[in-house]
Ligand binder design. Structure first.
Ligand code: ASP
Length: 317
């Protein structure tokens, strides 16, 4: 166990049938300047507990034979409802002192996808992205239109103040670099071998002019294809858009015979790193192998792999 590893624990879940060897789930809660010396013990505990709650919820659903789509949505909702992450409740402020959320989801069996950007009153943006995928006939809705669609779908609507936390407001005032990340994402594979990936974020602190990051962009922040893998990204979104990061990993598997770890490593360290971008990604391949890669000091992350082993990690590899 390396120096910066905060916590590593492995729990063997009871495996009663062969199906459980197919299911797997991985989440992230953002990559960035996440250093043990900058995080209090109580905050560290809170983050670990919330990651644990979220990954356990998704794993339990998969174990019951539920779809990876449901597992991803329910897992991300737990992270969106927590003020600890830059998504939903804990989203960062834009330059106007307002919160605007972005989210996306993609299904690997039919390559269907849904995304929303710049919404200011939808409590759980991941549910909006899923409804866009399943009920809008479109892939990507933005701003007021996305909010009207959410209302029509009877999704929970809140005042923008619901998202306002003191912690994030101070970040806006201080324009602090630390802790500005915290996007959340989840990738899961179910007993039918369907891979789903989802991502949700408040974007970047102090973002201006209706800025949209990679998180709601299919191919950059999120991608899933049952023939290759599912990916959710986090980090400096502009770089992930420019490198079509999530799709590029899938393409390396499909067209260049890379395995998931090698493909993610190439995209994060060579493609994104070489043009000055920072961040990370999580993924699951069609054989239920999990990989997590980042070029920042840390990335909040957790998984339960196909052997039923759970790990929760915050700092360096
Ligand atoms: N990728 C997100 C964005 O650029 C931010 C993050 O992941 O921290 O909006």
């Amino acid at each position: 166990m390396k120096k910066y590893l905060c916590l590593l624990f492995v729990i063997l879940f009871s495996c009663n049938n062969n199906d459980e060897n197919k299911i797997a789930i991985v989440i992230h809660g953002g990559a960035g300047i996440i250093l043990k010396e900058n995080i209090s013990k109580s905050k560290e505990d809170s983050i670990i507990n919330k990651l644990d709650e979220a990954i356990s919820k998704g794993w339990e659903l998969l174990k019951k034979g539920e779809s990876s789509e449901l597992a991803v949505i329910e897992t991300i909702k737990i992270l969106e409802d927590s003020p600890l992450f830059n998504a939903g409740k804990g989203s960062v402020f834009n330059s106007d002192g307002k919160v605007e959320n972005d989210a996306s989801i993609m299904r690997g069996n039919d390559l269907n996808a849904g995304a929303s950007s710049g919404t200011s009153n939808v409590k759980n943006p991941i549910t909006l992205a899923a409804d866009v995928m399943n009920h809008s006939g479109h892939v990507f809705l933005s701003g007021k239109g996305a909010e009207s669609f959410a209302k029509n779908r009877n999704l929970e609507i809140v005042e923008n103040e619901y998202f306002h936390t003191k912690f994030r407001y101070n970040q806006l005032l201080n324009k602090k670099d630390e802790d500005k990340y915290g996007t959340v994402g989840c990738v899961a594979i179910d007993i039918d071998g369907n891979i789903v990936a989802g991502t949700s974020t408040g974007g970047m602190t102090n973002k201006k002019w209706g800025r949209i990051g990679d998180s709601p962009i299919i191919g950059a922040g999120t991608y899933a294809d049952n023939n290759t893998c599912g990916i959710s990204s986090t980090g400096s979104g502009e770089y992930f858009i420019r490198t079509v990061a999530a799709y590029q990993v899938s393409s390396l598997l499909e067209n260049h015979d890379y395995d998931l770890k090698k493909a993610m490593s190439k995209v994060i360290h060579k493609k994104i790193g070489s043009i000055g971008g920072d961040g990370g990604m999580i993924g699951i391949d069609k054989n239920s192998n999990i990989s997590m890669e980042f070029n920042t000091p840390g990335m909040y992350r957790a998984y339960v792999n196909k052997y039923g082993e759970k790990e929760i990690l915050l700092y360096e590899n």
